[in-house]
Every structure is written in structure tokens, then in C-alpha cells.
Design a binder for this molecule. Structure first.
Ligand code: HEM
Length: 235
């Protein structure tokens, strides 16, 4: 049966229509873009804001007896947490059947880079005080620094190619390049493990989580699942 044709509202009905409350709900894409993404952005900045609050003694908080160490360690830990969160997006998307979760992966990855970069800059400026002979010697001779530095260098191309434009331009090569994130996370865990003096429980937990995520990824690939790029609908 043919659908009844939609007719234009009569001129007499126009004032009534103008008075009727306009029901304008955001589409799922708009909700992600204008609500969830800004909210996540603020959430991701919170560790840094808390650190700044402590540095300025807000509400009686402080960075403790060794402020540089506190800042260095906090930023390093958040760098690692964001790396793990980035890796967890795809499995969580599959488990909860929520493909739109992919829209947040890029932001989490960029925050991982942001915190690792700040961690590195803290070491470079506050810890080493830009003393280049010492910096270069540490990078070359202290294995945990060498590994951390390698992980940071590997993060750079991922951050640079994180735009939709680069994603489209590189195509399948983009997916291959971004698999580096697993190696980076493992190097980050190794770096953490090596510099811990006594209690290695926490780095081991991180290792377990990253290894499980990697195993999941390999298992999925073996089952023939194609890696998914984030939806290019400006998400
Ligand atoms: C992906 C890259 C990196 C990650 C994920 C990472 C993560 C971490 C973590 C989790 C810690 C331990 C925090 C704690 O004990 O509470 C740490 C410590 C540290 N990291 Fe990194 N880091 C990275 C790169 C770097 C780089 C590039 C450098 C410098 C070249 C660096 C220098 C240090 C130093 C000096 C410490 C403290 C060691 C100590 O107190 O004995 N890290 N990092």
C-alpha cells in the first residue's frame, strides 16, 4: 500500500506550530562530539589538574618531601594507565557491543602521549636540569631510561598520524603502524619494572593486563576479525 503523502501544514496551523515546544534531540554522533568527548577530555586532564593543585598547595595538599619525584612518578603512571586504557577500548567495544566506543580511542591515545611527554620533560628539566652530558649518558647507559626513551620515540609517529586525514591517507599501513602501541605498552611496563627497587607487584599487574589484551588481539586476528578504524564521521 502506498504511504500517504506528507502534506505541508496549512497556513492556519502555522502559529500553533511555532508555539509548540521544539523537540530537538541530539543524534548519537552529536552526543559523542558535543557531550561525551568534552566530558572525557576534562576527565583525562584531572590527574594533571590534581598535580597542579598539589603543587600550589590547594586545600592543604602538597607534593610531599620530594616534589620532583612525585610529579615524575605520577605522570609516568598516568602515561601507562592511558596506554592500557587505549588498548582496552577495542575489547570493551566487542564485549559490550558498543561500536561507538572506538570514537574515544584516539583521545585516550593522545593523552597517553601527553602524559608520557610531560613525564619525560619533568625528568629532562626538573630532574636533570637540562644537563645534556648527563641526559645523554643516562639514555645510553641506564637500561630503564633507554627503554622508556625508545617507547617515547615510538609514540611520536602514532601521535603524528592520529588524525582522520592521516588515517585515510595511510589506509592499511595506518593499522600496521598503530599496532606499535602494544610494543610501546610492553616497553613502558618493562621500564617501570626495571626501575622499581623492591615491590614489583604493580608492574607485574600492568604486565598481566597488557599481555591479556595482546593475547585477546591475537586470538581475534586468528578468528579472522578485521581491525577496525574509528568511524570517520568526524568522531
Ligand atoms: C611510554 C613511555 C614511558 C612510560 C609508560 C613510563 C612510565 C613510568 C612509570 C610507570 C614509572 C614509575 C612510577 C612509579 O614508580 O610510581 C616511571 C618512572 C620513571 N621514568 Fe618513565 N615512562 C616512560 C618513559 C620515560 C622516559 C622517556 C624517561 C626519560 C628519558 C623516563 C624516566 C623515568 C624516570 C627517571 C623514572 C623514575 C625512576 C626512579 O624514581 O628511580 N620514563 N616511568
Amino acid at each position: 500500500m502506498a504511504e500517504p503523502m506528507q502534506t505541508e501544514p496549512s497556513p492556519a496551523a502555522a502559529p500553533a506550530l511555532a508555539l509548540a515546544p521544539q523537540k530537538r534531540s541530539l543524534s548519537a554522533v552529536q552526543q559523542i562530539k558535543y557531550l561525551y568527548k568534552p566530558a572525557l577530555f576534562v576527565l583525562c586532564l584531572l590527574p594533571l589538574l590534581l598535580l597542579a593543585a598539589k603543587a600550589f598547595g590547594v586545600a592543604g595538599e602538597s607534593l610531599g618531601a620530594n616534589p620532583v619525584e612525585t610529579v615524575l612518578h605520577t605522570l609516568g603512571k598516568w602515561g601507562l594507565k592511558f596506554l592500557v586504557l587505549t588498548l582496552a577500548v577495542t575489547p570493551l567495544k566487542d564485549i559490550f557491543h558498543w561500536p561507538r566506543l572506538l570514537a574515544f580511542r584516539r583521545m585516550l591515545g593522545l593523552f597517553a602521549f601527553f602524559y608520557v611527554l610531560l613525564h619525560f620533560l619533568t625528568w629532562l628539566i626538573l630532574d636533570q636540569e637540562l644537563y645534556w652530558p648527563g641526559i645523554l649518558a643516562d639514555i645510553a647507559k641506564r637500561p630503564y631510561i633507554t627503554i622508556g626513551f625508545a617507547a617515547l620515540l615510538m609514540l611520536v609517529p602514532l601521535a603524528v598520524t592520529s588524525t582522520h586525514k592521516m588515517m585515510r591517507r595511510l589506509g592499511r599501513r595506518w593499522t600496521k603502524l598503530h599496532r606499535l602501541i602494544y610494543a610501546i605498552a610492553l616497553l613502558g611496563v618493562w621500564h617501570y619494572f626495571w626501575q622499581v627497587k623492591k615491590d614489583v607487584r604493580e608492574p607485574l599487574i600492568y604486565f598481566g593486563v597488557v599481555a591479556a589484551l595482546l593475547a585477546w588481539r591475537i586470538w581475534k586476528r586468528r578468528r579472522g576479525a578485521k581491525p577496525q578504524l574509528a568511524n570517520a564521521q568526524n568522531l
